[in-house]
Design a protein around this ligand. Structure first.
Ligand code: G3H
Ligand code: 13P
Ligand code: ZN
Length: 333
């Protein structure tokens, strides 16, 4: 039997994005695959009094089981209330990178309050047709939809205007009008994972740290002009903190040439039309660094709580700092 997100205490993105747009901040969209990640996200957002988008990818559904993750998100609503003297915080349950109508429908029928349909790898017209179909079904259930135009670079791809994987500003108005989407993910130089740029694309500062090329704020500004007031989404927005990478390498890991999006650029984006910022890799780095430290310092440890606990605490601290200093979502719940 179908379940509505409204009965689970979840909210869609409509009101949150309106407030974020007007207030010049962005809502954090953090991925979760397990209990510790969910706990850390909720604790961080309650402690900073921030709204949050809990994201579930297809990979997460496969790893943890979609049913369990949905019940965990439902539990997150109650958990937030318990932590916050009965008040709670606005929580969205969002499908990250949905790729078929059926997958989006499944999630909508199962209580998700928001879905992404990522048709960015299809032709423009196919992307429109697929996105429109999802929007029609989602809106009939009060669920909001994120579409995508432009392709985020993989590590292998050369992101350059010659190859034009950036979002084309001249397409956005038509896409938004014809699909009816509620928000649009764009490509302006971010990408997924911990190695977002090749060293050859970067310069190095005096400490040898790789400095990536800046995001294409000129494209973002053109997009804003074409669809004023419309919420924009940035995927691939981990900053890949140098201290976390250093810690991972210090405790036996091997991460070379990891480089992310500088925080000041994300702050600038959050103050613009960007209303949702997706972060996953930074959380993975924080957890991995904490777990490696435990294993290196106490090799005899075998109680999962003794390494997953510190990993959860590290994740919480990282996300609190993101909300306060990068996204600007603290005290906006
Ligand atoms: O966009 C990708 C997110 O980081 C989710 O990653 O597909 O490995 O769960 P995943
Ligand atoms: P990162 O890999 O930069 O954290 O991006 C996550 C993301 O975009 C999830 O959809
Ligand atoms: Zn993404």
């Amino acid at each position: 039997m179908a379940v509505s997100y409204k009965d689970l205490g979840l909210v869609n993105t409509k009101e949150l994005f309106k407030k974020a747009y007007d207030g010049k901040y962005a809502i954090p969209a953090y991925n979760f695959n397990n209990m510790e990640q969910m706990q850390a996200i909720v604790q961080a957002c309650v402690e900073t009094n921030s709204p949050v988008i809990l994201q579930v990818s297809a990979g997460a559904r496969k790893y943890a089981n979609g049913t369990l993750l949905r019940y965990m998100a439902q539990g997150a609503v109650e958990y937030a209330k318990e932590l916050n003297k009965g008040k709670g915080i606005p929580i969205v349950l969002h499908l990250d990178h949905g790729d078929t109508f059926e997958q989006c429908k499944d999630c909508i029928d199962f209580g998700f309050s928001s879905v992404m349909i990522d048709g960015s790898h299809h032709s423009y017209e196919e992307n429109i047709a697929l996105t429109k179909k999802v929007v029609e079904y989602a809106h009939a259930h009060g669920v909001t939809v994120e579409g995508e135009l432009g392709v985020l670079a993989g590590v292998e791809d050369e992101v350059s205007s010659e190859h034009s994987t950036y979002t084309k500003p001249e397409e956005v108005e038509d896409f938004v009008k014809r699909t009816g989407v509620d928000s649009l993910a764009i490509s302006i130089g971010t990408s997924h994972g911990a190695t977002k740029f090749k060293p050859a694309q970067c310069t190095r500062n005096a400490d040898g740290v790789l400095i990536p090329p800046p995001l294409r704020f000129d494209i973002l500004a053109e997009i804003e002009k074409k669809i004023p007031g419309f919420p924009i989404v940035l995927h691939g927005s981990s900053s890949v903190p140098v201290d976390k990478v250093k810690m991972i390498n210090q405790y036996g890991g091997k991460m070379e040439d990891a480089v992310g999006i500088p925080e000041e650029q994300l702050r600038k984006a959050a103050a613009s039309a960007v209303c949702k910022i997706n972060i996953d890799s930074d959380g993975r780095l924080a957890m991995t660094a904490a777990i490696r430290e435990v294993f290196t310092k106490t090799p005899g440890e075998f109680d999962p709580r003794k390494y997953l606990g510190p990993a959860r605490d590290a994740l919480k601290e990282l996300y609190k700092l993101k909300n306060e200093n990068v996204l600007g979502s603290a005290n906006k719940a």
